[in-house]
Structure formats: C-alpha cells, structure tokens
Design a protein around this ligand. Structure first.
Ligand code: SF4
Length: 419
C-alpha cells in the first residue's frame, strides 16, 4: 500500500485498481497513459474518488485562489474557406450573413473594453478568401498603436498557418513579425482532438496534428506562450482524451510554454456535424459526468506541469463551472463581453459574465477570487468584504451596449464583400 492510499480519505470506497492509481498520484508519481486510460472510464464511487484526488492536487498545485481575466472577444469575420463540421459560426463568402469588421471597428471595440477595465483583447476569426497575408500583423500594429499596454491574445494556430501561407513567410518568421507587432500570446485552439483520424472525420482540410504542433512549439521557442485546449463530446472516445493530454504534456515538458489547459465541450445543437448529420454517430455534446471526469483527469495528468486548468462558462454554464472548481479547476476564463462562436452553435449562457458575478460564483464555492492577467499574474486579489464594483458590473444591458453576434449578422452592418 502506498503512503497516499494509507492516509487519504479521498480513496475510500474506490475499487482496488483506482485506489492504487490515485494513491501513486497522491505520492507525487506521474499518471501514465495506461493508468489514465483506466481513470478515463470510471463511474460511481471511483469517479467520486477521482474528483476528490483531483481537488486535493488542485489545492497542492494551485492553492485556493480562483482566477479570471477581464477580456473582450473580437471575432472580426465569420467568413471562412474551411468547412469544419463542428463549426456553426463560419459562412461562405457569398452568404448574406457573412461579415467583416474593419480595422477601425476592431480598434474601437478594443478601446471600449480597455476603458472598462479589460487587460486582454482576444481575437480569433474565420479564414476569409484572399486575405492579405500581412493582415494579422497589421491588425496587431493598429491596436497597439492606440493601446500600447493591452495584451493581445490572438490568432489560432490555424490562422497563423493561413497568415504564413498567404504571406509566403515561414511560420517562424511570421510569428516573429507578429511578436514585433505586439502579439502577446496565442490561443491554443484549433486543436480539437490531436488525432489525425478524428480530424479527418470531423474537419477534413483543417490544420493537421503535425502543423498544429509546429505552430505551437515554434511560438514557445520564440517566447510566445499559448493556451491549450481539447474539444470533446462528439465522436472521440476517452482514449483520445488521454492520448491528447499525453501529447500536450510531452510538449509542456519540452517547452514550458502552455499557460493553461481548457476543456471545451461540443455545443452540438447548431453544429453541422450534428444538426445536418454530416458525421455519423456524433454525440450531442458531453454529458455532465464526462465534463466532470475531463476536468478531473486534466488536473491529474496535466496539473503538475500546467498548473492551470480552466472551466469554461461559455461551454458548461456558470453553475456547472462551480462544480468543476471542486474537481480540479482553478480558473474561470474571461468575461468575454462578446462571444460569437459558441453562441452561433447554440450555447445558452450569454456573452458576458461580469467580474462581480464571477466573484460571487467563486466565493460561493468556498474559494478566493482574483483577477489575473493573460499569463496568470495576479492583478487584484479579492479578500473578504472586497466588493467594490468593477466598471463592467455597471453595464445593465450588455447586448445593447456591446452588440451581439445575432444583431451583427441580422443587421447587414459590416457585410463581407470580396476585396
Ligand atoms: S472552426 Fe475556424 S477554420 Fe473551421 S470553419 Fe469554423 S471558422 Fe473556419
């Protein structure tokens, strides 16, 4: 019997195999792939034990502070040349609902968020046809000219690859130019499941596993940190979760460049793979049990090297996110202000959760709220009784103030025209 097994009530009631694996984790051993495959399939009391040990590891690795970032999403166009079957956001360039925000409108949105206390602008979009290859670089420069201190968290690896191809610059040079133009970090999206078979089934033509890894590791080598993600609840199996996390863990051991891991469950209702039955046997998103297990497993496999496991209120809703704080998560992501990609796929949780509400959710879970910056420096720790309202807390009607995806595509404002 390991010391972890002897002294830890978290293991009570679990089966022998699960007690052995969790006991080793509590003793500080890495959870290997074979053991993780066992944990990825647990239910009942074994699941309770996995959650309890993940919570203990969260306490050891990240403490009781739960962080969030005050940020704004800007999805500057929904026009895209790709046809990922999970994506309800993209439009063909001939469709009436296609829009493209001019640079000055992106800058205006960034300025408005900055004035309301945002520290980060998160930019991701579709891949419009014939985009000027230097567009992403020029966009960074335009924002930083007006807001030199804002953190630009922008462009998925798919967009970096597109910029590189369209400009003719190798990925390393393209990222170097972006960094010089003021890019801070990259979102580690467009990962979905890092398994080429799954990618070919759900998004043929999307950035390959090899290309995704090339963009990420090149960014890390240049000092550009990235997040990391997984999209689950569609056609993958728990074994894919484990291999995906093992791959990310290998990268993190080499580069140390990931700031966090963010599980993103499929929003299925409007996703073409589900709504139009484009892919056989697609699940209608992850179940609650799968969501809990995913976050707990992430803490156990990735916690020692990533530290930060984020629960996404956009995908799971604020209430389930509170539960996820008790099974390994230590971060609630951002305020977002505008959210288009999940909203278009049928997500129900709105486009803004203001800092005051995030603080309330965190305190109600028995933890300590803190605003962080993009790379997890604490901006402000909210002690007991520190309830001063933030500027975003004063906004009554977010849709009227900031616009929304639905209004944008319905209005015809900023309609995409081929340039
Ligand atoms: S996920 Fe991204 S690349 Fe794929 S269709 Fe949607 S916007 Fe385009």
């Amino acid at each position: 019997m390991s010391t972890g097994e002897a002294g830890n009530p978290e293991l009570n009631g679990a089966s022998r195999d699960v007690r052995r694996i969790l006991g080793r984790a509590l003793d500080g051993h890495e959870v290997g792939v074979d053991d993780a495959l066992v944990l990825a399939g647990v239910r009942g009391r074994d699941l309770a034990a996995v959650g309890a040990v993940a919570d203990e590891m969260r306490r050891r690795q990240a403490g009781d502070v739960v962080t969030f970032v005050v940020n704004r999403n800007v999805n500057f166009t929904n026009v895209c040349i790709k046809h990922c079957t999970f994506c309800a956001f993209s439009r063909d360039h001939r469709e009436e609902e296609g829009y493209f925000l001019p640079v000055e409108e992106v800058v205006r949105r960034a300025q408005e968020a900055w004035d309301l206390g945002a520290t980060e602008i998160c930019i991701q979009a579709g891949l419009p046809p014939k985009l000027d290859g230097r567009y992403y670089i020029d966009l960074c420069r335009a924002i930083k000219r007006v807001l030199p201190d804002v953190h630009l968290h922008a462009f998925s690896p798919e967009e970096i690859l597109y910029g590189s191809i369209r400009s003719g610059l190798p990925i390393k040079e393209y990222l170097t130019e972006l960094k010089d133009a003021g890019l801070g970090t990259l979102p580690g999206t467009s990962a979905e499941i890092l398994d080429q078979g799954i990618r070919d089934a759900i998004a043929r033509g999307r950035i390959t596993v090899e290309q995704w890894l090339e963009v990420i590791t090149t960014a890390h080598a240049l000092g550009i940190r990235t997040t990391s993600t997984i999209m689950y609840g569609h056609v993958e199996t728990p074994a894919h979760w484990v291999h995906h996390m093992a791959l990310l863990r290998g990268v993190q051991k080499e580069t140390g460049g990931f700031t966090e891991f963010v599980p993103l469950s499929l929003i299925h209702s409007e996703a073409p793979m589900y709504a139009k039955k484009l892919v056989p046997d697609v699940r209608p998103g992850a179940t609650g049990i799968e969501v809990v297990l995913m976050h707990a497993l992430a803490r156990l496999m990735l916690g020692p090297t990533f530290r930060n496991i984020q629960a996404s209120w956009v995908k799971e809703g604020p209430k389930l996110c509170q539960i996820l704080l008790t099974v390994g998560a230590n971060d609630l992501g951002g305020t977002l202000i505008n959210e288009s990609i999940s909203t278009s796929a049928g997500a129900q949780y709105g486009q803004l959760v203001p800092p005051g509400e995030l603080k309330r959710l965190i305190r109600d879970a028995g933890r300590v709220p803190a605003q962080r910056d993009t790379v997890y420096n604490i901006v402000r720790l909210y002690g007991d009784g520190d309830d001063e309202a933030a500027p975003l807390d004063m906004v009554d009607d977010a849709e009227a103030r900031f616009g929304s995806y639905r209004r944008l595509v319905a209005s015809g404002a900023f309609r995409f025209t081929q340039r």
